[in-house]
Design a protein around this ligand. Structure first.
Ligand code: GUN
Length: 298
């Protein structure tokens, strides 16, 4: 047996196309969704993300607003910008790129974002709404994980799901989303006893640890769906001195012969994050203006 490879590039492109169609429908009513992305400082990886987000936002027919602030920006200045964006009718989504400089309290900034414009789904109101089964803006990477899992198995009900990782950004929200899909969910972490044995019971395994090749092939239940959230850059001496490559949290070559379906890295979960951000921006724009969500992005 060899796993089906879940094509995140194709699935994200299809989602972006559905979002673009939804944007055109709103535009016909004179509504152009706007996404504001705020970058503080000049972390190179964050700059690349922000540039990609801006380009994809415009491709989808939405307005992209970028705010690049110097690393010395004070918390008060950033909070003032968030307040301005909250009040700006043309802004439907606000994303403050993380990590923020150490002098700024990220929790305070995320709390200041209007929950109706919180397209990252990081505000405690949205986290609470997700946890209590109410309509919410949900975090993009977790949403992408669930869309990928459902691409190979549309009904996840009853599956034993194991989520490895308990971050607020991925582990906890993906667990909540899988619970809402009627999975039996276990959240594992660094203190979990017998992690390999626990993973071996998973029909659906989500790896969000942040350590290269951490989940081994003999941890995988035969036929399981494996969603690898990890994006780890490692040395790749085989392709030349100083060269690197991206690997996931799952040892792909070991896991692929055992799993039923698996996401590759790159090309799995990664491209879903921006597609889901665009989806959330369209959802926020529609909801804020009392319009229904297009059924194919709901
Ligand atoms: N930094 C890395 N990923 C993300 C993300 O999804 N949202 C935000 N706000 N910052 C990030």
């Amino acid at each position: 047996m060899s796993a089906a490879i879940i094509d995140g590039a194709a699935i994200s492109a299809a989602l972006r196309a559905r979002v673009a169609a939804g944007v055109r429908a709103l535009a016909a009513e004179g509504i152009v969704p706007g996404l504001a992305v705020v970058l503080v400082g000049d972390d190179p990886a964050s700059r690349v993300y922000v540039r990609n987000k801006g380009a994809r936002t415009e491709e989808a027919g939405m307005r992209s607003l970028e705010y690049r602030l110097p690393a010395e920006t004070s918390e008060a200045e950033l909070l003032a910008l968030v307040a301005r964006l909250n009040a700006d009718e043309a802004v439907d989504g606000i994303l403050v790129q993380l990590p923020l400089p150490a002098a700024i309290d990220s929790g305070k900034v995320l709390l200041a974002i209007d929950p109706a414009k919180d397209v990252d789904g990081f505000h405690p109101v949205n986290a609470g709404r997700l946890a209590t089964g109410q309509a919410a803006l949900v975090p993009c990477t977790p949403l992408g994980c669930v869309i990928l899992a459902k691409s190979v198995r549309p009904d996840l009900a009853g599956l034993d799901a194991v989520v490895v990782g308990r971050s607020n950004i991925v582990g906890k929200p993906v667990a909540q989303l899988l619970l809402a899909e009627h999975c039996t969910v276990t959240v594992a972490h660094s203190r979990t006893r017998d992690l390999p044995g626990l993973c071996r019971r998973a029909d659906l395994l989500v790896a969000a640890i942040g350590r290269p090749d951490f989940v081994r092939g003999d941890w995988i239940k035969p036929g399981a769906i494996v969603i690898d959230v990890g994006i780890n850059r490692v040395a790749d001496p085989a392709t030349g001195e100083g060269k690197t490559r991206l690997v996931g949290d799952v040892a792909f070559a070991e896991a692929a012969p055992v799993a039923g379906a698996i996401t590759p890295v790159p090309g799995g979960v990664g491209p879903m994050t921006i597609a889901c951000l665009l989806r959330n921006t369209l959802a926020a724009a529609a909801t804020r203006r009392g319009r229904p969500l297009p059924a194919d992005i709901a």
